[in-house]
Every structure is written in C-alpha cells, then in structure tokens.
Design a protein around this ligand. Structure first.
Ligand SMILES: Nc1ncnc2c1ncn2[C@@H]1O[C@H](COP(=O)(O)OP(=O)(O)OP(=O)(O)O)[C@@H](O)[C@H]1O
Ligand SMILES: *[C@@H]1O[C@H](CO)[C@@H](O)[C@H](O)[C@H]1NC(C)=O
Ligand SMILES: *[C@@H]1O[C@H](CO)[C@@H](O)[C@H](O)[C@H]1NC(C)=O
Ligand SMILES: *[C@@H]1O[C@H](CO)[C@@H](O)[C@H](O)[C@H]1NC(C)=O
Ligand SMILES: *[C@@H]1O[C@H](CO)[C@@H](O)[C@H](O)[C@H]1NC(C)=O
Length: 690
C-alpha cells in the first residue's frame, strides 16, 4: 500500500482530534497488552510506505523523507504513530509509567541561521489531545497560550528548539529541552554531545545546521529518569546523555497515549525533516538503518561540509578542497549580497538601498544588533557605511513577488511623509523571499518598554514626558488623517509602535501596514488588522478600518500611557478585563484619578491627567459616532476647546459585552495579542505582497 493512498484518510480523522478515532478503531489490539508485543515497537529507516498519520503541512516526499514543514510561514505539522501505545500499567496498586525508548534522525534547514524557528518536538499525548487549536508559532504546533502549562494536557515532549523565547525561559536559540505539559522546559541544555572519542569532551551541535542528527530519548520507569542524547549521524550513541533528568512520568502520561512529532515555522522560512524513527516499550529502541535513510535537501549557501564528503580521499584531496572552498566562498559572497531588482523599480531608485550596505551596516544582521522581534520579523540596528546615519532595518519575510510593485509604491509614498512625530521610512531593499524596510533609528526604543519594563537604566516616565508623548502622537495621527494629500489609516496604534527619539519625543512607527486611501473615497473592506485590545468593536462586524477605528486605538493607547496598564488587564482572580471598562467603572464611582499610574506616586498634573482620561474614554467609545476626530482631540489636548461631558447612559455598558454582540468574542478570547497581530498581519501581507 502506498503511503499516499493511506494518508488522506488519516488526515481527515486528525482534523477532529489527535488520534482518538484511531484509538477507537484499533484499541482492541492494544487494550490489556502490558507485555512487549510487536505492536509495542516500530522502526522506520525512511518513511516510504510508513504507516504514520500526517496532519497540517506534514508530507512524505517521494524519496521517503518525512517533511514536516516546507519553508512556508506559519505552518504547523504533526506526524503521529497511528496506534496508541500503553504507557502506564498498574504496579503496587498505582498506575506507573513504563520504560520506553525512542530514537530519530532529524534535519532542520534555515535560510538564515540567525533567525530560525521554531523547531521540532517529539511528544507523547493522550489520544484525545486536541492539536487543532495549537499555534503554528513559538508554541511549535503543540500547545496554545491557554493549554501551555496546563496539567490537564498530560503531555510529555522533547523539544529541539531553534529560537529563543523569553516567555518560555528558553536558555538560547539552539537547545534541547524536556517538556511536561507545555514549552517551559523541566530541564534543557544547548544542543551538543559528550564525545566518547575525545574523552567525553562536550561538542556543540547546531540544530539548524542542515545536517542529519540523531536523537535518543530513554525513559527508565524504575529509576524514573529521562535521558536525552544526541549525536551527528553515523556516530554511535554517546555514553553520556546531554540531558539526564529525574522525573516521574507516572503523573504525566495517561494509560494509553500516542507518540509523534510536532513542528511549526511561525515567521521563519525553515524546513523541518525527520529521516528515520524507531520506538520500543520496555527496551532499547530498535536501530535505525542509517544506510537506508533518505538524503536531506540542500538550500542556501551551505555546501561546504557536503563538498568535503564528495571529494575522494586521495592525496590531492587537500588541494581540491582548498580550490572548492575558495569557489564556495566566492559563490557564498555573491549569494550573500544578491538582491532582486527589476525595471519598474528605476523610478524608486533613490529609495532603494543595496543589500550589501544593509548587511554591512548591521554587521551581517548579527544577533547583537537585534533591536526586537515584531509580528512581521526582526528589527536590527545598523549604521550606514558612508553617511554614518543610524538606521533600524526591519526584515520582513515574504514568499511571492506578485503585488510587490504596489507594495513598494506604497512604501515609497510613505517615505515621502514628513512629520516630527512619525518615524521616517528611509527606503527599502528586496531579496528573494525577503523585504527590508529601512527606518530612522530611535535611540530610546519603544514606549512599551518605558511603561512596563522600567528599571534603573530605564526610569519610569514622569507625567510631563507622558503628556508630551500623548500630544505628539495625537499630532502625528492628525497629520496622517487630515494633513497629507491622502487619508492614511495607521491601523495598528499601540504602545509598542510608538518609538521615542533622542529627545524622548514620541514618534508613530510601523507604516508597513498603513493602506492609503484617497480623500473622500470609501475605504475598501479588508481583513481586520491590528492588535487585540486596540481594535474598535465595529471592526469585528465590518472589518473596515476608518479614521475612527484609529481614534479608538488612540483612546486605548492614551489610557494605557496614563494608567501604566496594558489594554487587557489581568484581574487578581485571573480574569481578563478591558482597561477601558476598568476606567469607565472608576469614572462612574467618581474616582477617575485613582486610575492614574500608581508608580507616579501622585506626582502629576491632576487637570491634565483628568483631561487625558476623559479624552481616552471619548475616543475609545464603543459607538464610533460618539468618538471625536483627531482634529477635535488636538483642540481638547491643547486646551483650545473643552471636551464634551461624558454621556453616562451611553458610556454605561460593558464594552466587552457589546463586542461579543458584534461577533468579537471568538477573536478576543482566542488570541493573545502577539499572535493576533501576527495572524491578522499576515492576512494583510498576504493581500499586499502575495
Ligand atoms: N526605528 C526604530 N528604532 C529603534 N528601535 C526600533 C525601531 N523600529 C523598531 N524598533 C524596535 O524593534 C521592536 C520590534 O519592532 P516591530 O515594529 O517589528 O514590532 P512591534 O511593534 O513590537 O510589533 P508589531 O509588529 O506587532 O507592530 C520594537 O519593539 C522596537 O523596540
Ligand atoms: C508548502 O506546503 C504548502 C501546504 O502546506 C503548499 O501550499 C506550498 O505550496 C508548499 N510550498 C512549497 C515550496 O513546496
Ligand atoms: C512495591 O512496594 C514494595 C513494598 O512497599 C517495594 O519494596 C517495591 O520497591 C515497590 N515496587 C515498585 C516497583 O515500586
Ligand atoms: C558552545 O556553544 C556555547 C553557546 O553558544 C558557547 O558558549 C560555547 O563556547 C561553545 N563551545 C564550544 C566548544 O564551541
Ligand atoms: C487552545 O486550545 C484549546 C483546545 O485544545 C481551546 O479550547 C482553546 O480555546 C485554545 N485557546 C486559544 C487561545 O486558542
């Protein structure tokens, strides 16, 4: 039976849940069989014809590679052994996890080794575990923000993680971790092995090297110990494991569970492969036949090691190798700087940067120059070689070249915007699969850091600065809405998109998203874009961004700056509460000024703070017709006109309730802000670029 005829059926089942259906179908075979049977072990040296349930992007290539992801963004993939296995049996009256061993050979290919995600997890989960709502991002397609860390998951995993995520307390961007019920590892170590041939010396391995690497995971049910070992392919299993951790899986695993792989790409073009896999209960995993393994594909300028293998070991090998290496270096050099340039770009000439300049400016996009990671990609600091201008380079991945022309035209027209409260876009560069946007560098970083991560070197912002920033952003937004030749809707106003220049003036950034509309024309309906907590309720219904949806986000933003709290508050009992509702509540109780950031210790101008809170509530009014225009907002802020009194009846309902009526609930509830930004942004990118 060919694998292609089996897989589609499994694929369907999987969309319902992990493998519960498969359990029902063949449960008879597994039930009650505690001893080692043929069903308790398997070995695949290559996956041609293998009986593996595939889901998401996973596929078996004609050469027998299990391809989890193929370099497309935001993919997730699962490959699961279809038969559930008995992982626990009664011992001394309690259910105790049995010993098991598994081994696999994997390969991860990344076009950019510095920005690579998100890795592969080998996991054991109950048959009823639901993978459909797992996120295709740093959650590696295994959990989502809700299920991560939930004891009810009954999840065990070994992660090969190629990206450092602080929320999971990852030690680095190239580590192996033992996971229980989520991606915060019980223990982890940088990838590598203790070399028996070198007297046990530790040698680093790069997970995303594009080289086949073998991993062994052994659980000892008697000693309650998990060992994880890895080594380059063709090397015997090192005697000292990379990780050796005491952990009793009896409390984690269910009696019957499924074993498989999960992977996800998030915002990276990485490819994840498994070449071979074996498993056994109560005994060592059967040996994988290395000679039968399929070959990993190659891409990018990464041929050096392979070349060495092909060259015959003769006396001239050294010479040939040297010539080869030089050739490869030359090719690499060329590849390194290749960019896409087409005829239509001539008119945009002055805005075009050469990749070589950007590469040199950022010291080769070194991690040390990484300013931050946003929904679209990474942002690096750089200094232009000749002018010594400081820049921030945003690397945006994209797959297709259709629509790029319109996008570039937009970028260039955005580049013509000049206002002291906007981050100036200096230009762009294009490469295969990648767009680079060049902005002025803002030495004081983004406002959210000053609001939330204040420490000794980033002191808490005093009220005068906050008020100045609020006025500045209002002026910037007014310019976009009313003072340029076209109406520009920003669509993603939030604290992390407000950057502070050297004078601590606020500048609105991230115009990659702004779409241009001619004055008076009806804005087209497009996908919802923006970030949860800042989205006006009507967006859930119409998906139509207007200047008033920007005003809503601006209202939330100024409340955030005044209160020093995120738009969605976590209450002490773990519930979520919209900041707007919390401020409205205080307004009803007549204690509006209690909402002002307590870290200011009362050192603020009460009149100004009261004014800003009031404007914040007016702007973030659930009914768009009740919101002021930016022109009016500017007048209120400058004291040229008093703001209207807040209307108690209209303001007197829970915004969230209204949002739910507008079909917003699934939206608010199912995405943490970063993920929502990413999904919605990728929709827009999809529209603009693909
Ligand atoms: N021009 C700049 N100067 C200095 N730092 C910058 C600049 N642009 C971005 N950064 C830094 O890079 C980080 C990431 O920026 P980016 O705009 O990609 O993401 P974000 O605003 O956090 O999220 P999103 O992509 O959802 O808008 C910012 O938080 C900021 O610290
Ligand atoms: C990758 O897989 C997706 C489906 O998951 C497919 O749409 C896409 O065309 C594939 N891309 C390549 C380069 O094979
Ligand atoms: C079972 O219990 C006995 C006595 O309590 C103990 O000696 C033995 O080690 C236990 N066996 C296991 C496998 O836990
Ligand atoms: C291995 O990698 C770690 C972290 O990247 C580094 O600190 C260490 O020096 C490396 N060791 C060797 C032997 O290369
Ligand atoms: C996470 O997944 C569970 C099911 O596995 C689902 O009930 C929940 O809504 C999801 N959470 C998010 C934030 O998507």
């Amino acid at each position: 039976m060919s694998s292609s005829s089996v897989l589609p059926i499994h694929k369907k089942l999987l969309s319902i849940s992990l493998c519960v259906c498969v359990i029902l179908a063949i449960g008879v075979k597994v039930d009650g069989s505690a001893g080692t049977t043929a069903a308790d072990q398997f070995v695949y040296s290559g996956f041609s014809g293998a009986d593996v349930t595939l889901d998401g992007a996973a596929a078996v290539t004609p050469s027998g590679l299990l391809e989890l992801t193929n370099g497309t963004l935001r993919q997730k993939a699962h490959a699961i052994h279809p038969a559930p296995l008995r992982f626990r049996e009664p011992r001394n009256g309690t259910a105790s996890a049995r010993s098991f061993s598994t081994s696999f050979v994997f390969g991860i290919l990344c076009p950019d080794p510095d920005a690579c995600g998100h890795g592969i997890v080998l996991f054991v989960a109950p048959g009823s575990y639901d993978l459909s709502a797992a996120f295709p991002s740093q959650y590696i397609g295994l959990v989502n923000a809700t299920t991560n860390g939930d004891k009810g998951d009954h999840l065990f995993g070994v992660e090969l993680d190629t990206d450092q995520n602080n929320e999971f307390r990852d030690i680095d961007g190239n580590h192996v971790g033992i996971d229980v019920d989520g991606l915060v590892s019980v223990s982890s170590a940088s990838a590598g092995y203790y070399d028996d041939r070198g007297g046990g010396v530790f040698r680093n391995l790069t997970l995303a090297s594009g080289e086949a690497t073998q991993v062994w995971v052994d659980y000892d049910g008697d000693r309650k110990q998990i060992d994880v070992t890895m080594a380059p392919l063709k090397m015997a299993k090192p005697s000292r494991p990379l990780l050796s951790t005491a952990y009793d899986l009896s409390t984690v695993l269910t009696d019957v569970a499924c074993v498989g792989f999960s992977s996800a790409t998030g915002s990276f073009n990485s490819r994840h492969y498994v070449l071979g896999w074996s498993f056994a209960m109560d005994g060592p995993a059967p040996a994988i036949d290395i000679s039968k393994l399929p070959r990993l594909p190659r891409f990018g300028p990464k041929h050096r090691a392979k070349l060495a293998e092909i060259v015959p070991p003769v006396a001239t090998a050294g010479f040939i190798l040297a010539v080869g290496a030089i050739a490869v270096l030359l090719v690499r050099r060329r590849l390194r700087y290749t960019e896409l340039r087409e005829d239509w770009e001539v008119e945009f000439g002055p805005h075009r940067f050469s990749y070589k300049d950007l590469f040199n400016a950022t010291e080769g996009f070194r991690n040390k120059n990484l300013l931050g990671v946003g929904g679209f990609g990474r942002v690096y600091k750089g200094v232009l070689p000749v002018s010594k201008t400081e820049i921030a380079v945003k690397k945006v991945s994209h797959d297709s070249k259709q629509g790029v022309k319109e996008f570039i035209a937009e970028v260039v027209s955005i580049g013509r915007l000049q206002h002291r409260n906007l981050v100036h876009l200096l230009g762009y560069c294009r490469r295969k699969g990648e767009l680079l946007l060049v902005y002025e560098y803002m030495s004081n970083g983004s406002l959210d850091k000053h609001l939330y991560d204040a420490s000794d070197d980033v002191p808490i912002l005093d009220w005068d600065k906050r008020f100045m920033i609020i006025k500045g952003i209002a002026a910037g937004l007014l310019y976009l809405h009313e003072e340029w030749e076209k109406v520009i809707i920003h669509r993603d106003i939030k604290a992390s998109n407000v950057l502070l220049d050297k004078d601590m003036d606020g500048r609105l950034g991230d115009f990659g998203l702004a779409r241009l509309y001619d004055h008076g024309a009806n804005p087209h309906t497009t996908h919802v874009v923006g970030t949860i907590g800042y989205l006006a309720p009507e967006l859930g219904r119409t998906s139509k961004a207007t200047p008033l949806t920007d005003v809503f986000a601006f209202g939330v933003f100024i409340l955030e700056v005044t209160c020093g709290q995120r738009p969605i508050k976590q209450t002490s009992n773990g519930n979520q509460l919209l900041l707007v509702d919390w401020v409205v509540d205080h307004w009803h109780k007549g204690s509006l000024t209690d909402t002002v950031d307590a870290r200011l210790h009362g050192r603020y101008n009460i009149g100004e703070a009261y004014l800003v809170l009031k404007i914040g509530l007016l702007c973030s009014h659930p009914l768009s017709s009740m919101r002021p225009s930016m022109h009016q907002v500017m007048k209120y802020l400058n004291g040229d006109m008093p703001p209207p009194e807040l209307n108690p009846t209209l303001q007197n309902f829970e915004t969230l309730a209204l949002m739910q009526n507008e079909g917003f609930d699934s939206y608010i509830m199912s995405y943490p802000s970063s993920v929502a930004t990413m999904t919605t942004m990728s929709n827009v990118l999809g529209e603009v670029i693909t």
